[in-house]
Design a protein around this ligand. Structure first.
Ligand code: CP
Length: 327
């Protein structure tokens, strides 16, 4: 089907669990068109698809990549953007989430991007408010735009190296390594990758592996050697020390010995396995610095692609599709 004939029907983007394969592919295909906007050598790196619209970045947790990526994506679409930092807003005086959003909407917001420590926060707001709500990470639940930019990065990479512009993720094996329990990135990636036909193997200490996670359609192993065997992509997760209330492994040294992705552990992997990480990296904890900066790492490409993915999502939510001519 031609890009212009495919349309988007959802008001919000809350999680990958809700999406069909067709919807995910529409986002990736639309992002592919937007990549070219950011890569323009000469001329203006903007398209007039959200002119006069108001995009509000509302973050309750720290963020470098997601917040700046949404802000830049809004600018590239010619929207106005506004940031609300929870620590200096009237939330600290006891205002509820609903009241705060009602006040933001009184200023005619079109899109509201929310990062919150409580799972379900974005969905609760989306059900009661007219703005388009985008979940930028809710507790341990989902981080849908991260998974979409990850899938997009894999698809672009394998299309490039296989010289096949139609290549899909079907049949790809992706090993996700680290703290699975606390990771919304892992959950969104499991949904996204399995819906796109990839197989996912999860690897980490038993204490950082949620019970029954296999029911999401992923394999589980506690052996890094086993996880790396035949993996096309090795996706390292950040050790979320700030979310760990109890000491969940004997020591950081023990974790590094068993689960760090480094030259030694990569001896068990395919020599051309792609290395990915959502950021921020704890260098030399989950990933050694030389591997993070090595020739098979696409960690910074993930960040570049994040802008195109977020442009695609905001455009689809407001305009329903048809980026074609203007992008
Ligand atoms: N990957 C990610 O969500 O990074 P930030 O926390 O910097 O947004």
């Amino acid at each position: 089907m031609a890009q212009s004939e495919r349309t988007w029907h959802r008001k919000d983007l809350i999680g990958i669990e809700d999406l069909s394969r067709d919807e995910i592919e529409l986002i990736l295909d639309t992002a592919h068109q937007f990549l070219a906007v950011s890569q323009r050598e000469s001329g203006i790196k903007k398209v007039p698809l959200l002119t006069g619209r108001l995009v509000v970045n509302w973050f309750y947790e720290p963020s470098t990549r997601t917040r700046s990526s949404f802000e830049l994506a809004a600018k590239r679409l010619s929207a106005d953007s506004m940031n609300i930092a929870a620590s200096v807003s009237s939330l600290v005086k006891g205002e509820t989430l609903h009241d705060t959003l009602a006040n933001i909407e009184a200023m005619h917001s079109d899109i509201v991007i929310l990062r919150h420590s409580h799972a379900g926060a974005a969905r609760i707001l989306a059900e009661r408010h007219p703005s388009h709500i985008i979940n930028a990470g809710d507790g341990r639940h989902e981080h849908p735009t991260q998974a979409l930019l990850d899938a997009f990065t894999m698809r672009e990479y394998f299309r490039r190296i296989r010289n096949n512009p139609e290549a899909t993720l079907d049949g790809l094996r992706v090993a996700i390594v680290g703290d699975i329990t606390h990771s919304r990135v892992a959950r969104s990636n499991i949904w996204c990758l399995t819906k796109l036909g990839a197989s996912v193997v999860l690897c980490g200490p038993r204490t950082l592996m949620p019970p029954k996670i296999e029911q999401m359609g992923a394999e589980v192993t506690h052996s890094l050697t086993e996880a790396m065997d035949g993996a096309d992509v090795i996706y390292s997760l950040r050790m979320q020390l700030e979310r760990q209330k109890a000491c969940l492994f004997p020591s950081l040294r023990e974790y590094i010995r068993l689960f760090r992705i480094d030259r030694r552990s990569l001896r068990n992997a395919r020599p051309d396995a792609l290395i990915m990480h959502p950021g921020p990296i704890n260098r030399d904890v989950e990933l050694s610095a030389d591997v993070a900066d090595g020739p098979y790492s696409v960690i910074l490409e993930q960040v570049t692609n994040g802008v195109a993915i977020r442009m695609a999502i905001m455009h689809l939510l407001v305009n329903g599709g048809g980026a074609g001519k203007e992008a």
